[in-house]
Design a protein around this ligand. Structure first.
Ligand code: YH5
Length: 262
């Protein structure tokens, strides 16, 4: 899953965010590099960030989804927690919903039940504004696993078929470095829930802290190691900014896995 960079572009003449042609070019490049899904969303879930309004989010993502849906050959995933953005994005051509709140916003379960697309349910302790202030767990693996199990049950009760569901432990979302490391080491435990596992570690601060406080643009090698470990431990989808490097590293993992002696 390639992350479509929607950072503000000072050369933009079409609003606060990247011009559609620049976004399209980036998406096409990630597809060429091997991305099977393109994830788009605002920046509202970074630690310390404030929520954006639904109108602002719709203005930002709907025109882009309409443009991309006709021009790229892989599904577009919409990274949002707002039911109205989910509904309008699927109408505009999105083929997946990626929700860091795991459909806990009022109305989200019903909106998703009225669509037919896959949905990723992510674990987060707290809210982006304050989630990194004092994350606390008695047993992080147990708590993340129980939460995801509860959300799977809530989805099925709302009429969302289990075959549409994907889960994600939410690296960096209300977790200390130690919590993140424990989760990565025990990732395999989540495969017992019997739905595909998505992992997003790309460029996150946990990588920075492991390699001498590296800035965001110097976390690639650490991110590749984390992606490889995640796949070995059972991840089915890796969410990454660095598609070519990730795909090449994971080709090595797949090749070793699928080789048969003699
Ligand atoms: C995720 O893990 N993450 S948005 C801080 C960074 C770098 C990257 C520089 N949406 C996830 O990518 N959806 C985000 O420090 C997500 N899983 C799923 N399913 C945060 C992000 C980031 C934050």
């Amino acid at each position: 899953m390639g992350i479509l960079n929607l950072t503000p572009d000072s050369f933009s003449d079409g609003g606060r965010f990247q011009r559609p042609d620049a976004a399209l070019k980036h998406a096409l490049r990630m597809v060429e590099e091997g991305a099977a899904i393109i994830d788009i969303g605002g920046e509202s879930t970074r630690p310390g960030s404030r929520p954006v309004s639904a109108d602002e989010e719709l203005d930002r993502v709907i025109p882009l989804i309409e443009t991309l849906a006709e021009r790229i050959p892989v599904p577009i995933s919409i990274d949002t927690s707002k039911p109205v953005v989910m509904r309008e994005s699927v109408s505009a051509g999105a083929g997946m919903i990626n929700d860091v709140l795991a459909l806990r916003e009022p109305g989200a379960l019903q909106v998703v039940a009225e669509t037919a697309v896959p949905v990723c349910l992510m674990h987060m302790q707290g809210r982006p504004r304050s989630m990194q202030e004092a994350p606390r767990y008695d047993d992080v693996v147990d708590e993340v696993s129980s939460f995801l199990q509860q959300r799977l049950t809530a989805c099925e009760a709302a009429g969302i078929a289990r075959g549409r569901l994907v889960i994600d432990p939410g690296f960096g979302f209300g977790k200390t470095l130690q919590h993140n490391l424990i989760l990565l080491k025990a990732l395999h435990a989540l495969t017992t829930l019997d739905v595909p596992l998505l992992v997003g570690i790309s460029r996150k601060s946990m990588l920075g802290s492991l390699v001498g406080d590296a800035p965001v643009n110097e976390r690639l090698f650490a991110g590749i190691a984390a992606a490889v470990l995640a796949v070995i431990e059972g991840a089915a989808i890796i969410r990454s900014h660095d598609v070519r490097a990730t795909v090449e590293a994971l080709k090595v993992v797949s090749s070793v896995r699928s080789v048969t002696p003699h």
